[in-house]
Design a protein around this ligand. Sequence first.
Ligand code: APR
Length: 243
Amino acid sequence: MSLRLTPDLEVFVLTGAGVSAESGVATFRDANGLWENHRVEEVATPEAFAADPRLVWRFYGQRRAQALTVAPNPAHRALAALEARLGERCFLCTQNVDGLHEAAGSVRVLHMHGELMKSRCSDPACPTAPFVDTRADLADQAELPRCACGALQRPHIVWFGEVPFEMHRIKRQVQRADVFLCVGSSGVVYPAAGLVGEMQYRRSMGERVRTIYVGLEAPANASQFDEVHTGKAGELLPGLLAA
Ligand code: APR
């Protein structure tokens, strides 16, 4: 079966952890959301970094080390092929901090929750731009890395309690899309989980829109989708996105 996403349609794609699961990247809520007996929400917060930056760098160091060992799967490749077909009519917004969409060939990728392989200054007032940083052993160094301004460097990640990047641009893209395709996201983390609601609002205003979910199980916001296709993204997407 194909979703028949023809090149006259504007498609907004939102991906979550499920799209990278078959590459071997653990989804956030795997292992009951625990990392070394810490709740992930206790490690991935500004408060955690303020209290124990070394612990937080150890968590992200392990994630960086793991990310260096994984490769894109057929789901990433199917989405890259969709973009190759639709060009500027395809916009990919990911909640994932891995770089697997780009590794598969996607170009128009917005990382709303940041990027694992980047760091930045922890002082929001510092003008130093985020930079590529693959160092996985920072927690083992005698001194944690600091910006030239003196403040600690931090992972370029949107933590719990922080506002995702580029929400205005994301909303603009959703508002012009004919099709909203969400892949592998549990639909519990906002504002990402609320984006599909914009499509339903536009429908209530008389616009023709289509909303599709592809993932292992129905997400928490399943009622907002016209179609829910359950199964592994890497198995379903190549067929669903075939021209
Ligand atoms: N194919 C498709 N979907 C899958 C697969 C697979 N092979 N494996 C798991 N899934 C689905 C799960 O059923 C689940 O619904 O992917 C979803 C992953 O959910 P989460 O782990 O909650 O990930 P996500 O929705 O991306 O989380 C959003 O929350 O933890 C924060 O910032 C973090 O970006 C993350 C955000």
